[in-house]
Design a protein around this ligand. Structure first.
Ligand code: IMP
Ligand code: MG
Length: 409
């Protein structure tokens, strides 16, 4: 069975936690796109793990993780992360595999990434990890794949500066490298969790271009990243927050505004710890945007949703979510490509009474306050997709499962 899990907003939806949770049912976790721009946080047994490149399944002992073909891998960041895992007592040797077709991020790319963004009249707000440069080089056919740095014939054609940097990683990488397509072909009836990075609204094609990342964070990327066809995907799960956040620039129709929403932004940022894992930047916060979320559900065949951070709303008197955009002459409930329209769009909101009680110890759906269930059930009805998992805190235990995505029962 192959289960795909993607972020259904602009990243930071809590995928790390949900992937870690679901990885118990997976033999293999394969990350299919992105690079060290991602930041996945896992809290388990009183330890916090912050991952950027290594798939979130690594924290489950004895499971295999794969860095897939769609990824761009900075070897320095990768080995630093493995070192950090060793320090935290995670035994990863023999459990980390790397696609021979994944691309390499060189140190010069990071610098160039930042320089190019500074030169833009409207910067994107890149994380500066060299991701956009690596994907550009790949598209220009000037990139290096993992296999290229392992093969002496190709390695010798690489400029000496780059070779000097890469040399120290060749041996350790050679021990991890696999042909992902063959690996998937021979996996038999093993269960695979295909883990996305960022969110589908940051996908190069589906997202709010040009304010996007450069990889394929949509479900379609899982196929390329794992060397499988679309019919080999059994189910797609979308992870979303009870509200919305975005880091970096670009349209955000439901962003809280101080005039309209008072101190809501400070409250959500504080309670939800809305600061970037990779860059530490404060995240922009706003209402849950059902217009955008429905667009992502439909364009990614999302059949099952995991909602996170519901507890962040515990103290509010009332809670709003966005059901349409007011764009001047008319309201729209489809997600527009135009950034002019998106920038002009004002959220048309629906109000729900708050539950005013802590959800952090709730372990079953029926034990949720009625107000919280009403909020969730409205979302399901609007999207036509069930919310199967609800997270009410960072810890693994703080997860309500209504239907197990592995078995759908
Ligand atoms: P880049 O991928 O570092 O070039 O960043 C491009 C845009 O995507 C910026 O707005 C980043 O803030 C955003 N971004 C990249 N990775 C993530 C992520 O993992 N979570 C949230 N935003 C991200
Ligand atoms: Mg993140």
């Amino acid at each position: 069975m192959n289960l795909v899990i993607i972020g259904a907003q602009w990243g930071d939806e809590g995928k790390g936690k949900i992937v870690d949770f679901l990885s118990d049912g997976a033999d293999v976790t394969l990350r299919f796109s992105g690079g060290a721009n991602a930041g996945h946080t896992i809290v388990r047994d009183q330890q916090t793990y912050k991952l950027h490149l290594v798939p979130s399944g690594i924290v489950s002992p004895d499971k295999t993780v794969v860095l897939g073909t769609g990824m761009v891998i900075d070897p320095e960041a990768f080995f630093a992360e493995l070192h950090q895992l060793t320090n935290q007592g995670v035994l990863w040797e023999g459990r980390v595999l790397v696609s021979d077709r994944a691309h390499v991020v060189l140190p010069a790319y990071r610098k160039l990434d930042v320089e190019l963004d500074q030169q833009r009249t409207e910067p994107i707000g890149t994380t500066g990890r060299g991701i956009g440069i690596a994907y550009s080089k790949k598209a220009m056919r000037d990139g290096y794949r993992i296999i290229d740095i392992l093969e002496p014939e190709v390695f010798d054609t690489i400029p000496e500066d780059d070779r000097e940097f890469l040399r120290r990683y060749r041996e350790p990488l050679a021990d991890m490298v696999i042909d992902v397509q063959r690996f998937m072909e021979l996996k038999g009836n093993k269960t695979v969790l295909l883990e996305g990075a960022q969110g589908a609204l940051l996908d190069l094609d589906l997202g709010t271009y040009p304010y996007v990342s450069s990889g394929c964070s949509a479900a379609a990327g899982a196929c390329l990243g794992a060397g499988i066809g679309p019919r080999a995907v059994d189910r797609v799960i979308g992870v979303f927050k009870a509200y919305s956040t975005r880091v970096g620039n670009g349209p955000f129709p439901t962003e809280f505004s101080p005039d309209r929403d008072g101190r809501l932004i400070e409250h959500i940022r504080k309670v939800g710890h809305e600061y970037g894992v990779t860059t530490g930047r404060p995240r922009r916060c706003g209402y849950l945007d059902l217009v955008a979320l429905r667009y992502i559900c439909r364009s990614n065949s999302i059949e099952s949703l995991a909602m996170t951070h519901l507890d962040v709303y515990d103290e509010l008197d009332d809670i709003r979510l966005c059901v349409a955009y007011d764009v001047g002459q008319a309201g729209v409930d489809t997600f527009p490509a135009s950034r002019t329209v998106l920038n002009r769009a004002k959220p048309v909101t629906k109000r729900f009474p708050g539950w005013k009680t802590s959800l952090s110890h709730v372990t079953s759906y029926d034990a949720l306050p009625q107000q919280a269930r009403e909020y969730i059930e409205f979302i399901e009805q609007y999207l036509g997709v069930p919310v199967d998992i609800i997270s009410v805190g960072a810890d693994r235990e703080q997860t309500i499962v209504r239907r197990d995505p592995w078995t759908q029962s």
